[in-house]
Design a protein around this ligand. Structure first.
Ligand code: BG6
Length: 484
């Protein structure tokens, strides 16, 4: 097993993301041997924690999220010993000097060799100032790599995202910036390229001659939870469509990359996103639906949740019909939907193939072939075919050919992404140009919506969203394949 050597400096080390995702992911890399002796983590945040307290928090986050069969207490303690805490004000230059000293000391002690990962797990409004200080206070080394990882949201529209990007690129070269979209670390999202470009049957069918439409569903049963402050400034369009959904669209509709490396693959994704038809306000009204949840069984309406405005116009649901204007996908509608407080938690893609051009079986209805990729909760691929009923006579039925991943110990999204990061593989991180075209597409919808006050709430908690989301397909003579 190759040991990756790195010093992590996590800005936002006391935060929710660090505790729920980053520490367990780092631990999993540790127990599998990807990081071993030569790594250390400095957590920073405003709070005045001690190293001991920090290590306890790290250990607890592991106990709370890693399956107890996969570790011993001794492993957790040895791992937590690599963690150091530094109280830090991101605007205070002197604090960076202290951080630099500690970083140097740990680099020597753990024989890390100058590799540094600066993980910005905090509000984007601090990204610029952190990047500047890292550079001017010389926290970047000249004898290893220096990589910056940024979490979403990456701006709130194209203008702010551009500004944000420039504020980091001013100090760090483009290829050292790793923009996280955790969906790109999910096993079944990564499987899209494998299925498309590893199978001749799908390669040949993956275009507008054979695909009728594509459906992407990212439904959540939870409400806004504790994130009112952020969500009231974002809404489902910015929170889920600009990033996760458009990333999935790009993977499904891009042309074949020349090879499977970060440059070639991202080049094709950029082209796919550039091919998205940017809608006029009239087209937005025709092709996009927004919604906000009202009350449901035992749950409040969005507007009655804590810290949400009584008259909030923020959408908790989006459905839309996208058009990808490239040779292979022109004419194939891509229907998307995402929302909170829907009937079930499900992340899935349904690729609906065209019906047979003619039906030779008298009196028998043939269904569309469908390839379903269940990303969450099941990690399952199903191909639906028409099959003869094993009966006398000749009847047909829809037969699901399915494979479900049963491996309990598959690396979780963050573990995979952190491993890629350590290896310098940017394939599953978002390139700036992808961010740019995604915002361009989303901004057109946002600005059309901002011209009118929506009649919210318009869907019941526990449903699959407003009726208009079904009508979007019905008017094209189609329906959602996934109907929980
Ligand atoms: C995040 C959004 O990016 O993705 C959340 O900010 C959402 O609002 C979450 O709940 C869903 O992620 P997952 O991995 O649970 O599908």
């Amino acid at each position: 097993m190759r040991e990756e050597k790195a010093l992590f400096i996590i800005f936002g080390g006391t935060g929710d993301l660090a505790q729920r995702k980053l520490y367990p992911a780092l631990f999993n890399l540790y127990r599998r041997g990807h990081i071993q002796k030569s790594f250390a983590v400095i957590g920073t945040a405003r709070r005045p924690w001690t190293d001991e307290h920090y290590r306890e928090v790290v250990a607890d986050s592991i106990r709370g999220s890693v399956d107890a069969d996969f570790y011993t207490e001794a492993m957790v303690e040895n791992f937590a010993d690599h963690f150091y805490y530094q109280s830090h004000n991101v605007n205070d230059t002197e604090h960076y000097m202290i951080l630099k000293k500690l970083a140097q000391q740990l680099d020597d002690e753990y024989e890390i060799g100058g590799n540094r990962v600066f993980y910005l797990a905090m509000s984007p409004r601090f990204f610029g100032t952190i990047a500047e200080h890292l550079k001017t206070q010389k926290l970047v080394t000249d004898h290893g790599y220096n990589r910056v990882v940024v979490e979403k949201p990456f701006g709130r529209d194209l203008a702010t995202a551009t500004e944000l990007n420039q504020s980091i690129e001013k100090y760090f070269p483009a290829d050292s910036i790793f923009r996280i979209d955790h969906y790109l670390g999910k096993a079944m999202i990564q499987n899209i390229t494998a299925i498309r470009f590893g199978n001749s049957i799908f390669r040949n069918l993956w275009n507008n001659r054979y695909i009728d439409n594509i459906q992407i569903t990212l439904s959540e049963s939870l409400g806004v939870e504790e994130r009112a402050g952020y969500y009231e400034t974002a809404g489902a369009l910015r929170d889920m469509v600009q990033n996760h959904i458009l990333q999935i669209v790009s993977l499904l509709t891009m042309n074949a990359p020349v090879s499977f490396n970060d440059q070639d693959l991202r080049q094709e994704k950029i082209s796919a996103l550039k091919s998205l038809k940017v809608y006029t306000p009239d087209e937005v009204a025709h092709n996009f639906v927004r919604g906000q949840y009202g009350p449901g069984e035992g749950v409040h309406a969005y507007r009655d949740e804590d810290n949400i405005a009584d008259d909030s116009a923020i959408e908790t649901f989006v459905a839309g019909k996208l058009e990808v204007e490239n040779m292979n996908f022109a004419g194939v509608p891509v229907y998307i939907r995402t929302g909170k407080r829907l009937a079930t938690k499900a992340t899935r893609i349904d690729v609906i193939f065209k019906k047979m051009p003619t039906n030779i079986f008298p009196g028998v209805a043939l269904t569309n072939n469908v390839l379903s990729i269940d990303v969450d909760p099941n990690e399952e691929i199903t191909l639906y075919i028409n099959d003869k009923d094993y009966d006398t006579g000749f009847k047909m039925k829809q037969l699901p050919l399915a494979y479900r991943n049963q491996n309990r110990d598959c690396p979780e999204a963050y573990e995979k992404l952190l491993h890629d990061l350590l290896r310098g593989d940017a394939t599953n991180f978002t390139h700036w140009e992808e961010v740019k075209y995604s915002w361009q597409f989303v901004d057109a919808i946002r600005s059309a919506w901002d011209m009118e006050t929506p009649a919210f709430p318009n869907y019941e908690s526990g449903s699959m969203g407003p009726q208009a989301a079904d009508e979007l397909l019905a008017r094209d003579g189609k329906q959602w394949f996934f109907d929980p």
